[in-house]
Design a binder for this molecule. Structure first.
Ligand code: BJW
Ligand code: ZN
Length: 258
């Protein structure tokens, strides 16, 4: 049987004490959540500048809410896929592990991942622009049109990071620390175009990490990657994590016999 992965990659992952994973929309594509860019992506039908910025929200909150209410309903219906599940298993194998995600769909937590840093927020949360009160989806979707705050009457917005907005500071600081400490960094299902998230693989590499990319298509990161695993994360990740589990088990049985 042909080897799917290099021995170098499996050995590095099996021996690493610090691994960081950065995920993007591609990881949820096989669950049925549309990606942003590409021919079938959200941005091929909708304009980001009309939907994913504070100025768009202030200009046309009805339109922005219609879009988010639709996406909230789609995301509530989907389930984690084998790629999400494999990342849960990888976390259990590695002593220090961080899953940094640009995804807002909460599928990593729903799959069972524990150390998750959400750089672009979470579509299951919402907050009032005026007083900061927090609302869950059940509360906001029950309100017709643009949901207003029960406490102060202010407009409620989804707790996601729009263009031009700062990332949540604590999550970003944890992500930078994880990237800087890692021996292996995996960039999975992201076009690596949106900053500052796209700088994390570069930070990891500058600090000596082995950089691995999983994506069906090359990205601006591909030429810098030590390994480019071309294909869908829902197929590649279960096989990769299975190979790492086998290598860790083989190492344990060897050391117990010595
Ligand atoms: C598969 C697959 C399968 C398919 N398996 N893979 C010029 C230069 C540098 C930066 C800037 C610049 N001009 C402006 C900026 C800053 C801007 C930016 O980066 N823009 C670039 C687009 C140029 N960044 C920001 O504004 C950020 N904030 C910031 O910089 O703050 C500092 C600041 C503050 C104030 C003033 C000035 C500066 C904030 C970025 C927020 C991004 N928000 C969004 C929307 C979230 C809410 C929502 O969902 O509605 O986040 S945009 C969108 O892009 C979303 C994503 O998280 C993000 C990244 O997309 P991702 O995940 O990579 O998805 P895709 O679709 O691009 O790629 C999917 C990939 O999957 C593809 O490669 C496929 O091939 C692959 N794939 N199937 C594996 N089965
Ligand atoms: Zn309020």
């Amino acid at each position: 049987m042909t080897k799917l992965f290099s021995e170098r990659l499996i050995a590095r992952l099996a021996e690493a004490s610090w691994v960081t994973v950065l995920t993007g929309a591609g990881v949820s594509a096989e669950s049925g959540v549309p990606t942003f860019r590409g021919t079938d992506g959200l941005w091929s039908k909708f304009k980001p500048e009309e939907l994913a910025s504070m100025s768009a929200f202030l200009r046309n909150p009805e339109l922005v809410w219609k879009w988010y209410a639709h996406r909230k309903e789609v995301i509530a219906r989907v389930k984690p896929n084998p790629g999400h599940d494999a990342l849960v298993r990888l976390e259990q194998l590695v002593p220090h592990f961080a899953l940094v995600t640009q995804n807002i769909d909460n599928l990593h937590r729903r799959a069972g991942s524990r150390t998750v840093y959400e750089l672009h927020g979470n579509i299951e949360r919402n907050y009032c622009l005026e007083c900061g009160a927090v609302f869950d989806n059940e509360a906001v979707l029950a309100k017709p049109g643009v949901p207003l705050c029960d406490h102060c009457g202010g407009k409620i917005r989804p707790d996601v990071v729009w263009f031009g907005e700062a990332l949540p500071e604590e999550q970003w600081n944890y992500a930078v620390r994880a990237a800087s400490s890692s021996e292996v960094f995996l960039s999975i299902g992201t076009s690596a175009l949106v900053y500052p998230a796209a700088s994390l693989p570069q930070i990891a590499r500058r600090n000596g990490a082995m950089l691995v990319e999983i994506n069906p298509e090359p990205t601006p990161l591909t030429t810098q990657a030590d390994e480019f695993l071309q294909g869908q994360s829902g197929k590649i990740l279960p096989a990769l994590v299975g190979a790492v589990e086998d290598a860790r088990a083989a190492h344990r049985s060897l050391t117990s016999r010595l």
